[in-house]
Design a protein around this ligand. Structure first.
Ligand SMILES: Nc1ncnc2c1ncn2[C@@H]1O[C@H](COP(=O)(O)OP(=O)(O)OP(=O)(O)O)[C@@H](O)[C@H]1O
Length: 336
């Protein structure tokens, strides 16, 4: 169980003008300002839940994950992870959690993954029998048998990432914080890694909080999402609920037997595309079935497909809407 209450993090940033003069001035008069990276965030995660953590660049995702895994002290607020306060970094806590950061390498460059895994075995005090069993399982699931003995610097990005994951999970953590675990991987490798985490969650009942800019990671692994923007939590709930709230339409894609002009299809919905034999319309979710029937009855349509708005667009719309609300609130507050 993870409990997060009013979690807030401010970074103190040192300001310096450019150039030598700027450096000298900053030695004499140090100026600072505070960056609010995370502001009053609260949520709970139940044991075994897999939850997506979404937000645009700089929203506060990594900062939150670092506080949850005990790498950063919160400015205020409380966090408990399986009953532990992360920043105390107790041994029992550290053997419960792991943080996988796709953008940061944790394996030693000149050693082989096998050597780094042996170091982890010693650090976590894993018995020989457990080590053999876990290494066997990770090697099989991640298909890394052939690369374990090569120096890390000679591995491809995908091979390295899979070895990073093996090293991060050797101590069999029950809480996984995954920060962009598939970044830079090709599509098939992304799928392998996703499948691996889904499998790990099933086998070991692990709780997983995952950030990714690849929406397919999130849709494949998480039913529930937390959405953060400008350090504030703006949504916590079902991914499908978010889609329905932010995008109450569907797309009707038409393939026609003769070219259509815009005027003929406009009455059925908002035209997104009208290009010779192909057209696509945005239609309110509730009216999809009757609109599709009307189109089939009145237009020379050979094929019709009903699709959800791509999830990337839905999320982008959530952020746009949130910013509009903030701008309106700020404008309302400005004295005239
Ligand atoms: N060490 C730091 N010192 C000062 N500011 C920081 C530091 N780390 C992050 N920030 C700032 O805090 C805010 C949140 O950053 P964070 O890395 O948590 O965002 P993020 O959601 O993980 O972004 P991304 O998706 O780009 O990785 C940003 O404005 C960032 O510039």
């Amino acid at each position: 169980m993870i409990s997060v209450r009013h979690l807030t993090k401010h970074y103190r940033v040192h300001e310096k003008d450019p150039g030598l003069l700027g450096s000298l001035r900053s030695l004499l008069h140090r100026r600072h300002h505070d960056v609010v990276a995370v502001s009053d965030v609260s949520f709970d995660l139940a044991d075994g839940e897999m939850v997506g953590f979404l937000g645009p660049n700089g929203a506060g995702k990594t900062t939150t994950l670092k506080m949850l895994s005990g790498l950063l002290y919160p400015t205020s607020g409380e966090v408990t992870v399986n009953g532990f306060v992360p920043q105390r970094r107790e041994r029992a806590f550290l053997s419960t959690v792991t943080l996988v950061m796709g953008q940061k390498q944790q394996l030693q460059w000149d050693l082989s993954p096998a050597d780094s895994l042996l170091v982890s075995k010693a650090i976590y005090g894993i018995s020989d029998a457990d080590y053999r069993q876990r290494l066997g399982e990770l090697t099989e699931l991640l298909e890394i048998g052939k690369v374990l003995r090569k120096p890390v610097r000679k591995l491809s990005l995908g091979e390295r990432m899979k070895c990073e994951i093996a090293a991060a999970l050797l101590h069999r953590p029950s809480v996984l914080f995954l920060d962009e675990p598939t970044i830079g991987l090709d599509v098939s490798m992304q799928q392998n890694v996703r499948r691996f985490f889904a499998d790990y969650n099933r086998r070991h009942g692990a709780t997983v909080l995952l950030t990714s800019h690849y929406m397919s990671d999130v849709t494949a692994l998480a039913k529930r999402v937390l959405v953060i923007d400008g350090g504030e939590l703006i949504f916590d709930g079902d991914l499908q609920g978010l889609v329905e709230r932010a995008a109450p339409w569907k797309l009707l894609k038409l393939q026609c037997s003769e070219p259509l002009d815009r005027g003929r299809i406009e009455r059925f919905g908002t035209v997104e595309l009208c290009d010779g034999l192909r057209a696509s319309l945005r239609v309110p979710r509730k009216a999809v079935t009757e609109t599709a029937s009307a189109i089939l009855a009145h237009l020379p349509v050979e094929d019709i497909a009903i699709e959800d708005i791509p999830i990337e667009e839905v999320i982008a719309e959530v952020f746009r809407a949130e910013r509009r609300v903030k701008v309106q609130a700020a404008e309302g507050a400005t004295p005239r």
